[in-house]
Design a protein around this ligand. Structure first.
Ligand code: IPE
Ligand code: IPE
Ligand code: MG
Length: 248
């Protein structure tokens, strides 16, 4: 048994498995810079980490894994880096779609997908359709995503329904808003991991993270793997979640 297997055994003994784990995958650029490599090489190595956390999540019994892959703000990076990331997205889908399907993973892309180039948009739509029937793990991949934009969109959808007489103003409640977010149907994240030591949310899931436990890992994303995921879950299992109440 390797170190990661030992940690998984501990996770199983120690307590409840988080149903929904969300990760802000950060530090690819710094990983490359430390090696005097171009930033896209860091992104490429990050794909291996995606593979590992998907497998590790299935092994642990996590139901939903949400990965922040490309933010709305990331469109403002240099054109060369954006196009390298877009190529990697297509390559990831081409390489992994079949295996994800065999593993029982339902792949869902969330964000402003209309901004994707045609080839990427086609690949995204194909893998979502291919895996739509799977039930082992929901893999939410956030691309061209910003949480404020998601909330504005939900507000606009509500306004349209009210204007059309389909919804009364006093029916606008938390459930009405949540049901108009991209994450409709998913439980809120139990655990949010951010890699590379950064202590901020960067416009990710502002509504959904209201009571999520936070784990900041110093490890850069390309070095993050099974063992690091299980360490984060062990940390989560040591927390006391109170949701504003007092402990019995
Ligand atoms: C995360 O790594 C990947 C994306 C945001 C697309 P970064 O590219 O942000 O890496 P750092 O933060 O510059 O090290
Ligand atoms: C957040 O990372 C977005 C993703 C991981 C996709 P960034 O590297 O873009 O965030 P900031 O700029 O450090 O806040
Ligand atoms: Mg970053």
């Amino acid at each position: 048994m390797g170190a990661a297997d030992d940690l998984l055994a501990q996770v199983r003994v120690q307590g409840a498995i988080p149903r929904h784990v969300a990760i802000i995958m950060d530090g690819n650029g710094r990983w490359a810079r430390e090696r005097r490599l171009p930033r896209p090489i860091g992104h490429r190595h990050g794909m291996k980490s995606v593979r590992e956390v998907v497998e590790a999540s299935i092994a642990a019994g996590v139901e939903v894994l949400s990965l922040f892959a490309f933010s709305q703000e990331n469109w403002q990076r240099p054109a060369g880096e954006v196009s390298a990331l877009m190529s990697l997205l297509e390559e990831y889908i081409q390489k992994e779609a079949r295996e994800l399907d065999e593993q029982g993973v339902r792949v869902v892309f969330l964000g402003d997908l209309d901004r994707l180039p045609a080839a990427q948009r086609g690949a995204v739509d194909r893998v979502m359709a291919l895996t739509a029937h799977n039930t082992k793990l929901v893999l939410n991949l956030f691309i061209s995503y910003g949480s404020r934009a998601e909330l504005v969109r939900a507000a606009r959808l509500i306004a349209e329904d009210v204007a059309a007489g389909r919804l009364a103003p006093d029916q606008v409640d938390e459930a009405a808003l949540a049901s108009r977010l991209f994450t409709v149907g998913c439980p809120d994240p139990d655990l949010l991991i951010r890699t590379s030591g950064e202590m901020r949310i960067s416009n990710f899931l502002l509504w959904q993270l209201a009571y999520t436990e936070l784990h900041i890992s110093p490890v850069l994303w390309p070095d993050f793997g099974r063992a690091e995921l299980y360490e984060a879950i062990l940390d989560y299992q040591s927390r006391e979640r109170r949701f504003g109440r007092v402990t019995a």
